[in-house]
Design a protein around this ligand. Sequence first.
Ligand code: 5GP
Length: 145
Amino acid sequence: MNPYTIFSEIIAGTAPSSMVYEDPEVVAFMDIRPVTPGHLLVIPRVPARSLAELDPALGGKLFQVGQRLAAALRESEVNCDGVNFFLADGVTAGQEVFHVHLHVIPRTPGDGFGLRARATSPQRADLDYLAGSIRGALQRNPGIS
Ligand code: 5GP
């Protein structure tokens, strides 16, 4: 499957973008359809389609750059009382562009942004069962342990 998306074109400079950060591994630019003013996307230069394809060290770098951008947003002219990070991995999670990206979303009171979710109250035994299953998966797969 072709790993190249509009984000590869932005990195190559063949599609327009409003860039805010560039280094040899990572770039960040304004989201073209911001959910709040100042909404940024942080992406690796390599066209990893999913978290599974992304070098974990590079995943850490996305978060580091996101942290710097969160601080910059608070110091900039963007209205920013708080920040949300959001990453959609997979269609079911809402991923639309298949080049891993971390959303950095400035927040102000009443800005309308939010995740719709219904918290549940499982029994401890159910939490323990799934915890054991996840621990087992970590042990079986050295790539994620
Ligand atoms: P996802 O739903 O995959 O997590 O988010 C994709 C994001 O990419 C959306 O917020 C969307 O507005 C943004 N986006 C899609 N196409 C472009 C584009 O051509 N330029 C920019 N700057 N952002 C884009």
